[in-house]
Design a protein around this ligand. Structure first.
Ligand SMILES: Nc1ncnc2c1ncn2[C@@H]1O[C@H](COP(=O)(O)OP(=O)(O)OP(=O)(O)O)[C@@H](O)[C@H]1O
Length: 445
């Protein structure tokens, strides 16, 4: 299944396309089992991201594919060649590697380091050909490291070194590139430039596998993600199928929501702290309000596994958009319209079905519902940090808070929170409610 030998854009001959086949690979370090029966096929021209929590086995799997580590059982083939049986010259014509740790123990000029990528293409004692030189210059240009070419490698920054090592891999002109955290030490411009460049290499036909911690970048640039957890493939597929709140909860034990990035449309992960005090959370919470305060509350409650409803909220509002992207049931109103009797009935139903209500940036329509539903369920008021300082909004907030006092069955003030701290008072409100119901039975009012 060897690919055709062709003259590549980087001036070398070799197979231009290669498939990676990992078949039933297991590997242990002493008693520690790190990979267990991993099988994967990666097609030519795919950009695959390995994602997963620390210690999941991403680097180990990359090192297994490069041939640096040998599996206890199973095989790895690149372009049909068993990488563990091949000579190092054959493997280094097939696979180039950008390791996580790019520190080098010598002081060569950057150009010489990039030129090392050409060694597999030359006979042992020959000097670089014009073709080699052209490939090196091209790699320096593509990684924007040409201005560093004469500097000693040990006198440039970690991020610059990372780009130089990528240049060396590009100069190596292999059909497969393996990158371990290629953007880890890069600033935002260089992160995006590097991943755009990797995409270009993929579009030229290379097969690229990269371990990437940043899930947003992985979802934005990779064609396919393989989520590793405890040394096994937990999920494998397009980013939209792999970066989900369920997968993040299962594999990372993370409390997170995944929403579409408004600019790129790709998956964006927002993770929250998992601590919400000792009390248990209610099953269902209704959120009144709009704006970023309500959006933050909705996302945090959803990430904590609570069934959330929202409304009334104006269509297009950030809270409505957040609810929509999370598949949350929301009562949306068209801009500049009031509550119809049907909307009112629907809002009242959503609130009555909830164990706790949260008010966050409540507008006039929401206030109307708040006023009519006196008594149940218990209420938590979220004070928006911006709103608290505003002379326009603050009297309205105070007004809402005063009215909320009448809401509480025990005559206590409604519990207050910020979007960041909403889980604890929600848990407390639910506990209070359960207590008051069990001591007096549900109220009629
Ligand atoms: N040379 C080694 N000797 C012993 N244990 C090792 C060795 N290399 C890795 N491990 C262990 O193997 C497991 C997987 O490590 P690996 O570096 O592959 O994880 P990773 O998913 O790349 O993690 P990270 O996201 O932190 O980079 C870890 O428990 C690690 O401690």
């Amino acid at each position: 299944m060897s690919g055709p030998d062709v003259e590549s854009g980087d001036g070398i001959t070799g197979p231009d396309l290669a498939t990676i086949s990992v078949d039933g690979c297991s590997l242990s370090f002493g008693d520690l089992s790190v990979l267990e029966d991993v099988s994967l096929t990666i097609e030519p021209g795919e950009f695959v991201g390995f994602v997963g929590p620390n210690g999941a086995g991403k680097t180990t799997l990359l090192r297994l594919i490069s041939g640096a580590l040998e599996p206890d059982s199973g095989t790895v083939a690149v372009d049909g060649v068993d990488v563990h049986g091949a000579s190092s010259r054959t493997s280094s014509r097939l696979v180039s590697v950008v390791p996580q740790d790019t520190s080098l123990s010598f002081s060569f000029p950057v150009r010489d380091v990039v030129e090392m990528g050409r060694h597999p293409h030359r006979s042992r004692f020959s000097s670089p050909s014009p073709e080699d030189r052209a490939a090196v210059e091209r790699a320096l240009e593509r990684t924007r490291t040409a201005d560093l070419a004469d500097r000693p490698i040990d006198e440039i920054s970690g991020g610059q070194r990372q780009r130089v090592v990528l240049a060396r891999a590009i100069a190596q002109a292999t059909p497969v590139m393996l990158l371990d955290e290629p953007t880890a030490s890069l600033d935002i411009n260089h992160q995006v430039e590097t991943l755009e460049l990797v995409r270009e290499l993929v579009d030229e036909g290379r097969t690229v596998v990269a371990a990437i911690h940043d899930l947003d970048l992985a979802a934005r640039y990779c064609d396919r993600l393989v989520m590793l957890a405890d040394g096994a493939v937990a999920r494998d597929g397009p980013p939209s199928a792999v970066v989900t709140s369920e997968a993040l909860a299962d594999s990372f034990d993370a409390n997170a929501v995944v929403t579409p990035n408004p600019v790129t449309g790709t998956e964006t992960v927002t993770a929250f702290a998992t601590d919400h005090g000792a009390a248990s959370l209610p099953d269902r919470v209704h959120v009144f309000g709009s704006g970023s305060a309500a959006a933050g509350v909705v996302a945090r409650l959803e990430a904590a596994g609570i069934e959330v409803t929202l409304g009334p909220v104006t269509s297009g509002d950030v809270a409505a958009e957040t609810a929509r992207s999370l598949g949350i049931d929301a009562l949306e109103l068209e801009p500049f319209t009031g509550l119809s009797p049907a909307d009112r009935a629907e809002a009242e139903r959503l609130v009555r079905d909830a164990d706790v209500a949260v008010a966050a940036g409540v507008g006039d329509a929401g206030k109307e519902i708040l006023e009519r539903l006196d008594g149940t369920p218990p209420l938590v008021v979220v004070r928006d940090r911006v709103a608290v300082d505003s002379s326009y909004v603050e009297p309205r907030m105070r007004d809402t808070a005063d009215r909320n006092q009448r809401w509480d069955r025990n005559g206590e003030r409604a519990l207050e929170a910020t979007p960041e701290t909403v889980l604890e008072p929600v848990a407390e409100a639910a506990a209070r409610w359960t207590q008051s119901v069990s001591s007096s039975g549900p109220s009629e009012d």
